[in-house]
Design a protein. Structure first.
Length: 147
C-alpha cells in the first residue's frame, strides 16, 4: 500500500493558524481542494480531537488529523500543511505542532496500511524539521518519498 498521491494542491506551505482547530481546519480545506473530501470532513476531524483528545499529535511537532471513513470522504487523500508559527494541541509531550497531515481514507481496511507507510516516512527523525523548512511542493514531495 502506497501513500495517497501528493498532488500540488494537497500541500500548503507556511500557513497561518491561530490555534489547533484552525490548523486542522486548514488541513481539511486542503483535502477539499485536492478533491479527497467534502467541506464537512474538516469538522469531523476537529470533532474526533474534541472527543478523544490530542491523540493525533503522534510525534514532536507532528499531527495526523483524520476522521472515520464515511460520506465526507471522496477518495483516499493526504494533505500536508506546514505552519508558519507552531500551535499547541494540548499534548503533554509533542506540542507545539509545526506540521499537520490531513488524512482521508475511503475504506477502514486500508487505513492501517496508510498509517504504517506514514510511520515509515517519519522514522527519519529529520523529516518533521525538513518539512517545516520546505519552501516548495517539490521539496515536500521529496521528503515524503514521492520524488
Amino acid at each position: 500500500m502506497a501513500l495517497p498521491a501528493l498532488t500540488d494542491d494537497a500541500v500548503e506551505i507556511a500557513a497561518v493558524a491561530s490555534d489547533w482547530r484552525a490548523a486542522v481546519h486548514l488541513a481539511g480545506d486542503v483535502l477539499v481542494r485536492a478533491g479527497a473530501a467534502t467541506a464537512a470532513y474538516g469538522a469531523e476531524m476537529i470533532r474526533m480531537i474534541d472527543e478523544h483528545g490530542p491523540y493525533v499529535v503522534i510525534a514532536p511537532g507532528l499531527a495526523l488529523a483524520h476522521a472515520r471513513p464515511g460520506p465526507t470522504v471522496l477518495r483516499d487523500g493526504l494533505a500536508i500543511v506546514t505552519l508558519a508559527e507552531p500551535v499547541n494541541f494540548g499534548h503533554p509531550h509533542n506540542d507545539p505542532v509545526t506540521v499537520v497531515l490531513g488524512l482521508s481514507i475511503k475504506s477502514a481496511d486500508t487505513h492501517l496500511a496508510v498509517v504504517a507507510e506514514l510511520a515509515n516516512v517519519f522514522n527519519d527523525s529529520n523529516a518533521i524539521e525538513a518539512l517545516t523548512a520546505a519552501t516548495t511542493v517539490a521539496e515536500v514531495r521529496a521528503i515524503m518519498g514521492g520524488g
